[in-house]
Design a protein around this ligand. Structure first.
Ligand code: COS
Length: 387
């Protein structure tokens, strides 16, 4: 649901220009230094990129889901590291507050997230709890007007930069499953909260993750999101429904870039006396990639509109994440193949993207978890219809 076509298109055009003129030329330096230049981060703040999805009442741009995915199609033509920096404030780092926070919590934190003054992280995954998120072991025990948190979180995106963490912890240790889990806001710098060394990863240099440890970390009881215990897991799942649509759109942006690089190279590179784009076997790779990108775009836009109408998109978000992440992997593989030896060289953009996009099939729920969610929802619906 586009609210105002004209205003949105102006914003989309400026983000497209910024991506092409500022972000893409800095990709190599980001990969080399593992850092986004501060001047670019300031420009991202000025463009409003940290608050794209935060409601206007709290200082954001309040984009609809459809607007958000269209923005990602454009922005994610540049290295995934840029999107990763603004991704948590627009998604998993802020959404629990937006969906389930009380007014005081929202007013306290959302304007700073929208302005990019604070970076938010989402701390769900633990060393022994990944796909089985409901098995998490971090505890939050009530003590007077505080909760005392103990435990460890792993692979937490933007944790090294974060000023704020949404932390999922078990408030009722007697309940083993999802019901005993609650969500908290924990500010960086709270005594008892510490960070591990930044992780060394296969790709996505410039995007940072690390462990987050809680050792008798006292958090004000007012920071329990929504003020109710036991709601944290469901909130996290709703956050991930939206996050998965967002990541699916990120995959489309990256795949479009990869295909543009492959097409450009196929037109330039000559073998056997002609551009390799003239060869039908190369054309098949280009055409399959274009077709799959188009399919992913269509399904993501459709699911985004469905969410904007207020309908549940749990199944659709997983379908989109599954298809788009796998599609992006295939497109990256073909882009390297079309480049031949040049695509295997560290200096080439497709080599870097090939490693960067591998993460899409893993984070915010692996492809296998998406399959599981889709099939479970199908079976549940079939049983409901037949009973
Ligand atoms: N929206 C709202 N509620 C949801 C929901 C959703 N999308 N998905 C599940 N729930 C609710 C269920 O309805 C259930 O509540 P009731 O018991 O009241 O019915 C509760 O949450 C528990 O759900 P479920 O029984 O499905 O939980 P499981 O432990 O079986 O597993 C999966 C759920 C596997 C889907 C979940 O653990 C998951 O998504 N894992 C992947 C985690 C992930 O993506 N990690 C990435 C890192 S975080 S960026």
């Amino acid at each position: 649901m586009i609210r105002d076509d004209k205003t949105f298109n102006l914003l989309l055009d400026s983000v497209a220009r910024f991506t092409q003129e500022r972000l893409i030329p800095h990709e190599a330096v980001v990969a080399e230094t593992d850092a986004i230049p501060p001047v670019l981060i300031d420009e991202m703040r000025e463009l409003g990129l940290f608050g794209l999805t935060i409601p206007e009442t709290y200082g954001g741009l309040g984009l609809t889901m459809e607007e958000e995915v269209r923005m990602m199609f454009v922005l994610c033509q540049a290295s995934p590291a840029f999107r990763s920096l603004i991704g948590t404030n627009n998604g998993i780092g802020s959404q629990a507050l937006i969906l389930a926070g009380d007014e005081v919590q929202k007013r306290r934190y959302l304007p700073k997230l929208a302005a990019g003054e604070l970076i938010a992280s989402f701390a769900l995954t633990e060393p022994d709890s990944g796909s089985d998120a409901a098995s998490l072991r971090t505890t939050a025990v009530r003590d007077g007007d505080c909760y005392v948190l103990n435990g460890a979180k792993r692979y937490i995106t933007n944790a090294p930069e974060a000023g704020l963490f949404t932390v999922l912890a078990r408030t009722d240790p007697k309940v083993k499953g999802s019901e005993g889990i609650s969500a908290f806001i924990v500010e960086a710098g709270t005594p008892g909260l510490s960070l591990g060394q930044p992780d060394r990863k296969m790709g996505q240099r410039g995007a940072h993750t690390c462990d987050v440890m809680f050792d008798d970390c006292r958090v004000p009881a007012d920071n329990l999101i929504g003020g109710r215990e036991g709601e944290g897991f469901k909130t996290a799942m709703k956050v991930l429904d939206k996050g998965r649509l967002h990541i699916a759109a990120v995959c489309v942006g990256a795949a479009e870039r990869l295909l543009a690089e492959a097409l450009r190279y196929a037109l330039e590179r000559r073998q056997f006396g002609q551009p390799i784009a003239e060869f039908q076997l190369v054309q098949a790779m280009l055409a399959d990639s274009q077709t799959e990108i188009y399919a992913a775009r269509c399904m993501i836009l459709e699911a985004a509109r469905q969410r904007d109408r207020g309908e549940s998109v749990s199944t659709e978000a997983s379908c989109c994440k599954l298809f788009a992440a796998e599609m992006c992997g295939r497109v990256a593989d073909r882009a390297v193949q079309i480049h031949g030896g040049a695509g295997y060289m560290a200096a080439s953009a497709v080599e870097r993207f090939y490693r960067d996009v591998r993460l899409f099939r893993i984070y915010e729920g692996t492809s296998q978890i998406q399959q599981l969610i889709i099939a479970r929802n199908m079976i549940r619906e079939a049983r409901r219809m037949s009973s």
